[in-house]
Design a protein around this ligand. Structure first.
Ligand code: SF4
Length: 626
């Protein structure tokens, strides 16, 4: 990596050591003249998290009204009731904007003085009934606070009622910048940082993931931008409920805060995207919101740390009333072109960032956990495009023919073995795994009849747990899929976690769940066999020469490690809080080659599956229907 500014080097070294950036680090990076070096750093962090993927969604923005009881100084959208520019959409008008391909409906707008509570519920219910497959992302924390005060309901009750009629996620608007100084000057009637963060905390606890934003480019300072990011990072540490961070470039409009033509510069936009990626190490995605940035700057931002382009939007008023230069909507084909122009793979997603379609060939799936890292060292340099995707979702994508090869969860391979060929590599344990863990309040037999929370990512571990419960211990429990990215464990008897999250919790514990079971050890003590969690497989339709090349590169990747995994995986390990010694010990505990004992273990597991098939597989299907 070419970093020209020597001041950036200590920042980059810190990132590689897995250390968090402080406010001072952020300032040093923000004020560096080496924009390209900064972009390279953020791009490398992004690649580590998202591979070559850039996400977008087929979405529809709905702003039901521009009538608002508040009058924020920077707002060109809102008007008072009775103003000739005021509009209020009927439910029919809202439904008229929805087309069948939409996967996310994004609803925000003004806060009129006279709408009854039932009108909001009616809107969400009507949208949900019209498009049950689409996720509804609705109402900023400012609107939720307005409902809480106007309708005299606790915030949690407001959210629960909205959830009951279809709310799935919340947008991140209304945060502006967490600075009392700026709030007093520009939006003193609006909620401050504490209330905004409290509302998002409540949403996360209720299983509603949310987005987060920063409005920059008005009167805020760089310190205020960075402090804002740090406060979001702290809440994310606590709840894990933020899906993405969206730096929103201020559109000057007619507010008088800045001259009408004084937009943020492209350099400031790119620096802010890069700083967001570097500072917010625990928020999975950074969005280049083309509505504010323009499509061209957003496309460049995909090499400065952003991995999401938002979506088709289908008509937006708030930013455009403030003079946004971008079009009102963007065709799917244009988004795909902008992503490809940036050298990335366009991946259509839902509101939870589950990939739905991949618009590229030669795509190899990558389970985004530490134990898969040793396989990818060579692939990434030889033209294969890498899509990180959690095990269960990789199986779904593969069934749709969207990826050519990958490290598949064993269950997904077994379900698709007619279309897939094994490649001779796997992730198998010797006796323990350390990253497929059941955190429990009681012993195995005490779990009879209890509810067990299951991480949303798992395809095989959930089946292994079911086999252990039913066949080894004679226990019947009820599985509940946990909300993605949200740590809501209330009322559960146990929680199954896998991958990096399980490793982290194994090291630090999970509050309230004192007994910790390693499922591979449980299996080994019972069957005296390793357990095969994942296997490398390739679609039978892939040309033989490509299969051969892929196989050779996997072999080279493993051989290049030579048993010393720290050079390959140390950065990943440090990022999730492991020392280099812990990373080495963890990765040395696997067999990566699919040998006789591993094949025998698969056969035994497969024989046990039908005995519990009706319960286990049915519950798996239920869980797939979110
Ligand atoms: S920014 Fe939102 S809350 Fe403030 S005046 Fe505009 S619509 Fe109302």
């Amino acid at each position: 990596m070419h970093i020209r500014d020597r001041n950036l080097i200590p920042v980059w070294e810190k990132i590689q050591r897995g250390e968090r950036l402080t406010l001072d680090d952020g300032l040093r990076a923000y004020t560096s003249g080496d924009l390209i070096g900064l972009g390279a750093m953020a791009g490398a962090v992004q690649k580590d998290k998202s591979g070559d993927a850039v996400y977008f969604v087929l979405n529809q923005k709905i702003e039901p009204t521009n009538v608002c009881v508040l009058s924020c100084k920077f707002c060109d959208f809102a008007v008072r009731k009775g103003d000739p520019r005021a509009y209020e959409m009927s439910v029919e008008e809202i439904l008229g904007k929805l087309s069948p391909e939409i996967r996310e409906v994004h609803i925000t707008g003004g806060m009129p003085p006279d709408w009854p509570w039932d009108r909001y519920l009616e809107i969400l219910k009507a949208v949900h009934d019209r498009l049950p497959e689409a996720d509804i992302k609705a109402f900023t924390a400012v609107e939720i606070d307005f409902f809480h005060k106007k309708f005299r309901m606790p915030v949690a009750e407001v959210l629960r009622q909205l959830q009951s009629v279809g709310l799935r996620t919340m947008p991140g608007g209304g945060a502006e910048v967490f600075s009392e100084r700026v709030r007093r000057l520009l939006f003193h009637q609006k909620i401050g940082a504490k209330a905004w963060l409290d509302i998002h905390r409540t949403a996360h606890r209720l299983g509603i993931p949310t987005n987060s934003t920063l409005l920059y480019g008005h009167i805020e300072t760089l310190e205020e931008r960075l402090t804002h990011m740090i406060r979001l990072r702290e809440l994310q540490d606590e709840t894990g409920g933020f899906l993405t961070f969206i730096p929103l470039a201020f559109q000057p409009g007619e507010t008088g805060i800045k001259p009408a033509n004084r937009f943020t510069s492209a350099a400031d936009d790119l620096r802010t995207i890069a700083l967001s990626r570097l500072m917010l190490d625990n928020i999975p995605h950074i969005k280049a919101y083309w509505v504010m940035l323009t499509g061209e700057v957003a496309s460049v931002a995909l090499n400065f740390g952003a991995d999401d382009m938002d979506g088709t939007v289908g008509g937006e008023k708030i930013a455009h009333d403030a003079g946004a230069l971008s079009p009102m909507t963007m065709a799917k084909e244009t988004i795909i072109r902008l992503i490809r122009d940036a050298g990335k793979i366009p991946v259509e997603r839902d509101a939870y960032y589950n990939p739905l379609h991949v618009y590229h060939d030669r795509v190899v799936g990558k389970i985004p956990y530490l134990n898969s890292v040793p396989f990818y060292a060579r692939l990434e340099r030889r033209g294969f495009r890498i899509l990180p995707v959690v095990p269960r979702r990789m199986g779904i994508l593969s069934a749709l023919g969207e990826i050519d090869a990958g490290l598949f969860s064993l269950m997904d391979y077994l379900r698709q073995e007619n279309d897939m060929e094994l490649m001779g590599w796997c992730i198998a344990t010797r006796d323990q795994v350390k990253s497929v863990m059941l955190f429990s309040k009681g012993g195995w037999r005490e779990l009879d009849g209890s509810r067990i929370g299951i991480t949303d990512d798992t395809a095989t571990s959930v089946q292994l747990l079911n086999v252990l419960l039913e066949k080894k211990y004679g226990v019947h429990a009820r599985f509940e899929r946990l909300h993605q990215g949200v740590n809501a464990y209330d009322g559960l008897g146990a929680v199954l976690l896998i991958g990096d999250e399980a490793l982290r919790r194994n090291k630090h514990g999970l509050k309230g769940f004192d007994l910790v079971y390693d499922l591979a050890r449980e299996w080994y003590e019972w069957q005296k066999l390793p357990f095969v969690f994942a296997v490398w497989a390739v679609r039978r339709s892939v040309p033989p020469a490509v299969k051969e090349e892929l196989s050779g590169l996997l072999k080279q990747s493993l051989e290049s490690a030579g048993g010393d995994f720290v050079p390959l995986a140390g950065t990943h390990g440090r990022r999730i809080g492991l020392t280099d010694a812990e990373t080495q010990e963890y990765l040395s505990g696997f067999n990566y080659s699919l040998g006789e004992r591993e094949r025998e273990a698969i056969a035994v597991f497969r024989r046990l599956l039908p005995a519990v098939a009706s319960g286990a597989l049915a519950s798996s299907r239920d869980m797939e229907a979110r």
